[in-house]
Design a protein around this ligand. Structure first.
Ligand SMILES: NC(=O)c1ccc[n+]([C@@H]2O[C@H](COP(=O)([O-])OP(=O)(O)OC[C@H]3O[C@@H](n4cnc5c(N)ncnc54)[C@H](O)[C@@H]3O)[C@@H](O)[C@H]2O)c1
Length: 710
């Protein structure tokens, strides 16, 4: 990474960034401006007016194919967000379509309660028609925006747009297509990810970020602009990993369920089970359709295998009934492991090189989509970055030796994976911006991992090198909507090897301390609905902590069970008045979160609405008058850390009980030492616990066994 010592800031924006913030891909500027202005860059109610017209002449949103898998889910997602603005959602389908919307009702009740669910359902207007002439009632509902979710047949979709445009010439249309480019469809694209009522990620194709896209952001969804190509990033990755598994099956005759286990161990997804879970018939058709079109453009690396063609026609599940599987199991031996990696990683690396070459999107988007939508434990770019350019190239070459036809057409671009030191590659999740005085570090990943740790260190190095002494640490206001703690997948090696655990508990704690030691002022701003576990441990290292008022803050480690290993057992005690110690210990020993507003004065310094919180964070960072008293910071040995806490509820399990003991011991021993010794003490205790039998018998251990012991 190139480092510069000068503190030059471009005059136009007054902001310098390590790399482009992903927020800027939506036309929403830099994250630092949210703090400088004390205002979010887009406002939902103004955008509702822009997209649907003013309240007195409010138009509607139409979702066609609303009883389908995508249509029903998206009807829920939009109706639940638009109801409060008085925007009706028109659910359009054929009279013969099974009631997909009705099936969503129980889920809606779970999320919003019966009253809320009824209100949302009440804002949905269900209409049917014959596919050719639109229902007369639609006129009165003033349709302004059509989200098309009808079957993946190009001519059918095009004819559908004609019907709408003839009746409503100004209507905005977006297709949810799985793979057709916008240039073929003639409309913009908002491509959603499964499960549709919950997943907030959309791949967006449009010439410029539109008011619709900004509205989606303002309503709490995650729109990610991508280029206009055959198929989308998610589908290249998901269909690609499925195809890789199918090819390995063809080469070795290994059953699909076993291929699935090995793919999950290597990368995270189990593509065949996912197809069965989504519904094999529909999912197989969509996977086949994507690959079929991609093969037409890019050649054999994407060609569906005969097995997929057959399943697409029959809809048969990939998995046999459960009772057939455990009877036969085996491990890969010797060279088989290498061959497997070449068959799976080779095509994925090749396909990713193609997407990079085509500049399909911000690298953070390409990376995040795999994690957020395709079950990848780490985004594909993170995996490639870890391997390094040379290993990526040699893996693809090994794959080509196994499958020479995959080299045909222009579909492998080694040049696109050459320069991984660029900030765009180096900072997939963590970015930094500054205005010459104050830096803002943004965490784009919900959970803390080695990737985040390395990137955070580089971001802090960059700010220090730029001469920045004041820093705000926060989310990215885009890809990450909450902070859920450490990525327990990164704990797996620590269950077998105490040194791997120590690397985490020592290394991540050192990073956290930098927030305290390397800057004159550091301010954490918690912008989302929760901040838990390792993320909270990290952020409480800042001199000041502010949070949005409805954020939940907690340390659920004890329930896993693990011992917090980023100084959570002693650091918060050092920063709290002594009479608040029982509350901190209650948090650590029960795992129960507290509301941000209840944590002011002993865990955080201020809580309020998001824009005011941003303004407050800015005034703390700049040193402007803010009227807050600093909490204490005890760097010496804490005296009399209690070895018991009154009024604890019964532990849920013997494991939790054991973890309580270990946490109290850690608080006593690390808290009872001065700061410069405490880090080491807590690192050792937390790592020992990770490598011990109690952790292995808990949920991290269960996940570790399921994922790695195959
Ligand atoms: N299933 C997924 O996970 C997924 C993911 C991303 C995108 N997509 C895309 O979403 C679209 C829909 O897929 P799906 O899986 O929801 O299909 P689906 O078969 O479940 O639903 C399609 C719905 O469209 C209705 N329909 C058909 N023609 C219509 C017309 N002219 N007007 C109104 N309604 C009509 C059908 O009755 C049905 O209810 C496809 O383009 C697909 O590629 C699907």
């Amino acid at each position: 990474m190139t480092r510069t010592m000068e503190r030059q800031v471009p005059e136009a924006t007054g902001v310098k960034a390590m790399r482009q913030p992903t927020l800027a891909t939506l036309g929403l500027g830099n994250v630092i401006d949210i703090f400088r202005n004390g205002a979010l860059p887009a406002d939902a109610s103004a955008l509702v007016d822009e997209v649907f017209g003013p309240p007195e002449a409010r138009g509607s949103m139409v979702i066609s194919g609303a009883n389908g898998i995508v249509g029903a889910g998206k009807t829920m997602q939009f109706a639940s967000r638009l109801a409060e603005y008085g925007v009706p959602v028109v659910a359009l389908d054929f009279p013969s379509a099974p009631d997909g919307i009705g099936r969503q009702y129980p889920g809606l009740v779970r999320a919003f309660g019966k009253e809320g669910a009824d209100r949302i359902m009440g804002s949905i207007v269900r209409l049917t028609y014959d596919g050719r002439s639109l229902p007369a009632e639609l006129d009165g509902l003033r349709p302004r925006f059509l989200l098309e979710a009808i079957p993946e047949i190009l001519e059918v979709k095009r004819a559908h747009y004609e019907v709408f445009r003839a009746a409503f010439p100004d209507i905005e249309i977006r297709s949810v297509t799985s793979g057709f480019p916008s240039s073929e469809l003639g409309v913009g694209i908002a491509h959603p990810a499964f499960p549709h009522e919950i997943n907030k990620v959309w791949e967006i194709v449009e010439p410029e970020p539109s008011a619709i896209t900004r509205l989606m952001w303002a309503l709490g969804m995650i729109p990610l602009p991508v280029g206009d190509r055959w198929s989308f990033v998610l589908d290249v990755l998901f269909c690609g990993v499925t195809l890789a598994g199918l090819r390995y099956h063809r080469a070795t005759n290994m059953p699909f369920w076993k291929v699935d286990k090995l793919v999950r161990k290597l990368l995270g997804p189990n593509p065949f089970r996912a197809h069965d879970a989504i519904g094999a018939k529909g999912a197989d058709f969509l996977t086949w359709s994507c690959l079929h079109h991609l093969a037409g453009t890019y050649g054999e690396v994407f060609r569906p295998t005969p097995e997929l063609v057959e399943r697409k026609d029959t809809g048969q599940d990939w998995y046999p009934p459960n009772h057939f599987r455990p009877l036969v199991d085996w491990k890969l031996a010797g060279e088989e492991e290498e061959t497997f990696r070449a068959w799976i990683l080779g095509p994925l690396f090749q396909m990713t090189s193609l997407m990079l070459h085509e500049e399909r999107g911000h690298l953070s988007h390409l990376n995040a989509i795999g994690e957020l939508c395709a079950q990848f434990r780490r985004g594909i770019l993170s995996v490639m970055r870890d391997a390094g350019s040379e290993a990526v190239v040699s893996t693809v070459e090994a794959y080509h030796r196994l499958h020479p036809a995959a080299k045909e057409k222009a579909s492998w671009f080694p040049g696109a994976v050459a320069d991984m030191d660029r900030p765009e590659w180096a900072q997939l999740w963590v970015n930094a911006e500054h205005d010459g005085e104050v830096g803002v570090v943004t965490l784009g990943r919900e959970s803390y991992s080695w990737d985040v740790d390395h990137e955070l260190n580089r971001a802090l190095d960059w700010l220090v090198d730029e001469g920045i002494e004041r820093v705000i640490v926060t989310g990215d206001f885009h890809i990450s909507t909450q902070m859920i703690g450490a990525d327990t997948g990164d704990f797996f090696p620590a269950l077998e090897d105490v040194d791997s655990g120590l690397a985490i508990t020592h290394g991540w704690s050192r990073t956290a301390r930098r927030l305290h030691d390397d800057f004159r002022v550091s301010v954490a701003m918690i912008p989302g609905k929760r901040c838990l576990g390792g993320m909270l441990e990290l952020l409480v290292h800042c001199h000041w902590v502010v949070a949005v008022e409805d954020a939940r803050l907690g340390w659920p480690e004890v329930t896993l069970p693990v011992v917090p290993g980023m100084e959570g057992c002693h650091w918060p005690l050092r920063r709290a008045p002594r009479d608040a110690w029982p509350r901190i210990l209650q948090m650590l020993l029960t795992g129960r979160p507290v509301k941000a507003t209840d944590a002011v004065g002993w865990l955080i310094d201020w809580a309020g609405p998001v824009e005011q919180a941003a303004a407050r964070a800015w005034s703390l960072a700049t040193g402007a008058h803010h009227g807050l008293d600093a909490r204490p910071m005890e760097g010496g040995a804490l005296e009399d850390v209690p070895d018991d806490v009154a009024g604890l509820p019964e532990a849920d399990s013997p494991g939790m009980d054991a973890a309580r003991g270990a946490i109290l011991e850690c608080a006593r021993l690390a808290g009872g030492a001065p700061l410069d010794e405490a880090l080491e003490i807590q690192a050792r205790l937390a790592a020992d616990f990770l490598a011990g039998p109690v952790c292995r018998a808990g949920s991290v251990g269960a996940e570790w066994a399921k994922t790695t012991q195959v």
